[in-house]
Design a protein around this ligand. Structure first.
Ligand SMILES: [Zn+2]
Length: 191
């Protein structure tokens, strides 16, 4: 795995882990799958290993990713879903062939066809996005409270009160900012 690329942020939900390959969309955006090989790396750690990826397939992946981001954001805001995003998600979902396989250890694995594996992998991601946007799974779409992030994430907390897409990055940054602001205030009042 190449160290010169930004690290992945992997969550428990496939579709939002995928949208999380572009972070800080409203700040200094960080592209975490900038090359076809990096998409291959991401798919491998996400249980969707493929042998290769072309530039066109990477572009298709970016297109699906931004469509999921747009549709999930609209769903979190309870806005109508953008028609073009829905179209791309549905096209990706129907254009792949992937089969769920049950292992003897009771795990689910995905078996992709050998000829069009990236399309197959994208179809699994699209189907995952459909299931969370359609409200089929236990959880709720929400938007990260960090102004530079605003990523859509899937809140599975009991109280549905999660504020950040990721506690270790956005959550921590916010906590540090609050801590520093408090320190400044305390320093001023001590004078
Ligand atoms: Zn965030």
């Amino acid at each position: 795995m190449s160290a010169r690329f930004p690290a992945f942020r992997l969550g428990k939900v496939l579709a939002t882990s995928f949208t999380g390959t572009l972070t800080e969309r409203h700040g200094d955006a960080v592209e975490r799958i900038p090359t076809p090989n990096r998409l291959v790396d991401w798919l491998a750690v996400s249980g969707l290993a493929v042998e290769s990826c072309t530039t066109a397939q990477l572009e298709r992946a970016w297109e699906l990713r931004e469509s999921i981001h747009a549709a999930a954001t609209a769903a979190a805001r309870r806005d109508p879903l953008p028609v073009s995003a829905v179209q791309i998600i549905n096209d990706c979902s129907t254009q792949g062939r992937a089969a769920a396989i049950l292992t003897p250890e009771s795990n689910r694995q995905w078996r992709l066809s050998s000829t069009s594996s990236v399309e197959d992998a994208l179809s699994v991601i699209a189907a995952d996005a459909i299931s969370i946007i359609a409200g089929e799974r236990d959880g709720e779409l929400a938007l990260c409270a960090s102004p530079t992030c605003q990523a859509a994430f899937f809140d599975t907390s009991q109280s549905r009160s999660r504020k950040w897409c990721d506690m270790n990055t956005c959550g921590n940054r916010q906590k540090k900012a609050r801590f520093n602001a408090n320190n400044r205030k305390n320093a001023r009042s001590a004078k």
